[in-house]
Ligand binder design. Structure first.
Ligand code: IPM
Ligand code: MG
Length: 370
């Protein structure tokens, strides 16, 4: 009997092909699981008016964790136009399914490791090895937005600087939300032998929201005297990261800043072909490559599947299968370093499946010598 039950959500665009590649590697690694397919993505938005239908939410409730590929999303007016005729004009609004899963399942940690594999021709510097803890449920992402400022809000004295036709997005940061993400970052530092945590903010301007975040960060840091702690404004952080990326080990920040910084850091270690995430809550998690659905490459068996393979590695680690996880990571490192198969982004002409097979081969070798 397989030990783990996984909701398998390839989505659309390149999602299915990179997920297939990850499966080739998981199977070669001897990972035992039952995979239950779930509907998610643009097609379900068009046909049913819901990109994350209730039956898929049920499936999440019946599984240990989910593995997610990618989905296409389009701006509001375009999304509305693509709905099936019988669904038009009902006021349906598109909400990103991944953001919904993060919020509805309270997956408050977005863990994004950025490690420069030796020999990767795309490395910005060698030896970069940092992880980002992005708060994943609040901040600018709560979806409290107005195309025009509501009159009740405009009436507040504090809102007098806002022109009446302004669009508004509300940023909400709680003490508890801040505390738990910073706590997760410190716990990670302790359990993974990291020496320093850096909290990133913009508290000199966003005094209320970043003030709460920074205060919570300082309180948590005081309980971990063995881990060095520093703070940086997000703008300066971008500069420092490019200047001295090796100075950073664990970065913790709010939702939008984490979204932005994690793409910057992914690019330093090879680009979106290497960016992967765990959306992790207390009892459930969703693992995914950080890249999008790249519709123009869909079905071409061309894109780099390593981000998805690394997301699979993170999933099996979270499920407690440490040896399998380290076999997979070692295999990826080996394939990157020795160039056994490289997709176009790495200057090669291997296909998605070629890379999957090369990693699978290296995994079998890693298992054999373990
Ligand atoms: C990410 C993505 C998502 C985000 C999008 C697809 C909503 O950019 O996971 O980083 O902004 O969180
Ligand atoms: Mg992003």
């Amino acid at each position: 009997m397989p030990r783990h039950r996984i909701a398998w959500l390839p989505g659309d665009g390149i999602g299915p092909e990179v997920c297939d590649a990850a499966r080739v590697v998981l199977d070669a690694a001897g990972f035992q699981a039952e995979y239950l397919d779930g509907d998610i993505g643009w097609e379900f938005w068009r046909r049913e008016g819901d990109a994350l239908p209730p039956r898929t939410l049920d499936l999440l409730g019946r599984t240990d964790c989910a593995f997610f590929g990618a989905i296409t999303s389009k701006p509001g007016p375009e999304a509305a136009r693509e709905l099936a005729p019988e669904l038009q004009g009902r006021g349906l609004t598109y909400r990103s399914p991944i953001v919904r899963m993060r919020q509805d399942l309270d997956l408050y940690i977005c863990l994004r490791p950025c490690r420069a594999f030796r020999g990767n021709p795309l490395n910005y510097r060698e030896d970069i090895d940092l992880v980002i803890f992005r708060e994943n449920t609040e901040g600018m992402y709560i979806g409290c937005e107005f195309a025009r400022i509501p009159p009740e809000l405009a009436a507040l004295p504090a809102a007098k600087a806002i022109p009446p036709d302004a669009a508004i997005s509300i940023r909400s940061v709680t003490r508890e939300g801040s505390r738990r993400i910073v706590e997760a970052a410190f716990q990670y530092a302790v359990t993974h032998g990291r020496r320093k945590v850096t909290a990133v903010h913009k508290a000199n301007v966003l005094r209320a929201t970043c003030g709460v975040f920074l205060e919570a960060a300082r309180e948590v840091a005081a309980r971990y005297p063995q881990i060095a702690f520093d703070t940086a404004n997000v703008d300066a952080m971008c500069m420092w990261l490019l200047k001295n990326p090796r100075n950073y080990e664990v970065i913790v920040t709010t939702n939008l800043f984490g979204d932005i910084l994690s793409d910057l850091c992914a690019q330093m270690v090879g680009g979106m072909g290497f960016g992967y995430s765990g959306n992790i809550g207390r009892n459930y998690a969703v693992f995914e490559p950080t890249h999008g659905s790249a519709p123009k490459y869909a079905g071409q068996n061309k894109v780099n599947p390593l981000a998805t393979v690394l997301a699979a590695k993170m999933m099996v680690e979270w499920l407690g299968e440490r040896e399998i996880a380290s076999d997979i990571e070692r295999a990826v490192a080996d394939v990157v370093e020795h160039g056994a198969a490289r997709t176009y982004d790495l200057g090669g002409n291997a296909s998605t499946q070629d890379v999957a097979r090369a990693v699978a081969e290296a995994v079998r070798f890693a298992r054999a010598v373990r």
